[in-house]
Ligand binder design. Structure first.
Ligand SMILES: Nc1ncnc2c1ncn2[C@@H]1O[C@H](COP(=O)(O)OP(=O)(O)OP(=O)(O)O)[C@@H](O)[C@H]1O
Length: 240
């Protein structure tokens, strides 16, 4: 006879006629052990979430909004040697630094990933990721497609890779024009590479279509992805 069918050694009062505490104690006494208040499942591991996608698709816009609605995420501030755009804040939007400073970080192996993007360096500082993951934060990285491909190689399935796309090429190009931050030459270069970049979607875990005027929907989907990842039985284990 298995344990669950063995008659209780002490009478267990029915919950209709006894208080919850009394029934609880009687159940413990019958089983001969106390019920643990420890979590049945340990806290999920902190995640590394890599967000990528063609230029102008809305990565910054989605991340900015995600930041507002979710406090338990840390958005890794990328280091860059590109000049600051109007309104950008050092240490918040990017760590702006000279090419020399950037090269010194490369030499000291302080970057998880880096690349030359349209003539300027951009890279992901390792220490920042370690610090926040140690504190239990999920960490979000924003990288270009080549950066994502490289991170996939080194982090494999230990990070979550999300590809952001627009609903069509037309919408993507219009969005880039509307941003008014590019020279005509840069615009042409970004539009040309966007077509090529779309082929990389297959290397990602999730794709989020950031439709015109539907930024909130994209942010909600991002949140759902994070929540689902947190509920996975086989947790990812990122180490940088
Ligand atoms: N769902 C959306 N609907 C309408 N406009 C959007 C949407 N998402 C982003 N935008 C706008 O599109 C422009 C480009 O977005 P954003 O700068 O976030 O793109 P990005 O992917 O970060 O670009 P880059 O890689 O060049 O930095 C911005 O002006 C932004 O406000």
């Amino acid at each position: 006879m298995d344990d669950s069918r063995r008659p209780p050694v002490v009478p267990i009062p029915h919950p209709d006629s006894a208080g919850r505490a009394e029934v609880f104690r009687a159940l413990e006494a019958s089983l001969g052990s106390s019920f643990s208040s420890d979590p049945i499942i340990p806290d999920p591991n902190p995640l590394i979430i890599v967000i990528s996608g063609p230029s102008g698709v809305g990565k910054d816009a989605v991340i900015k909004r995600l930041r507002e609605v979710r406090e338990d995420l840390h958005f890794v501030v990328t280091a860059t040697s590109r000049p600051k755009r109007e309104g950008e804040v050092d240490g918040k939007d990017y760590y702006f630094m000279s090419k020399e400073e950037f090269l010194s970080m490369i030499e000291k192996n302080e970057l998880l990933e880096y690349a030359m993007v349209y003539g300027d360096y951009k890279g992901v500082p390792k220490q920042q990721i370690r610090d926040y993951m140690e504190k239990g934060y999920d960490v979000v990285l924003r990288v270009d497609i080549q950066g994502a491909a490289y991170l996939r190689k080194i982090l494999r399935d230990n990070a979550v890779f999300v590809f952001l796309v627009a609903e069509s090429e037309e919408a993507l190009v219009k969005r880039l024009i509307g941003r008014k931050t590019e020279t005509v030459e840069a615009l042409l270069m970004r539009v040309a590479s966007a077509k090529e970049e779309l082929k990389h979607v297959k290397d990602f875990d999730y794709v989020v279509v950031n439709k015109e005027g539907e930024l909130e929907g994209s942010v909600k989907l991002m949140e759902s992805i994070i929540d689902a990842e947190k509920a996975k039985v086989q947790q990812r284990r990122a180490v940088v």
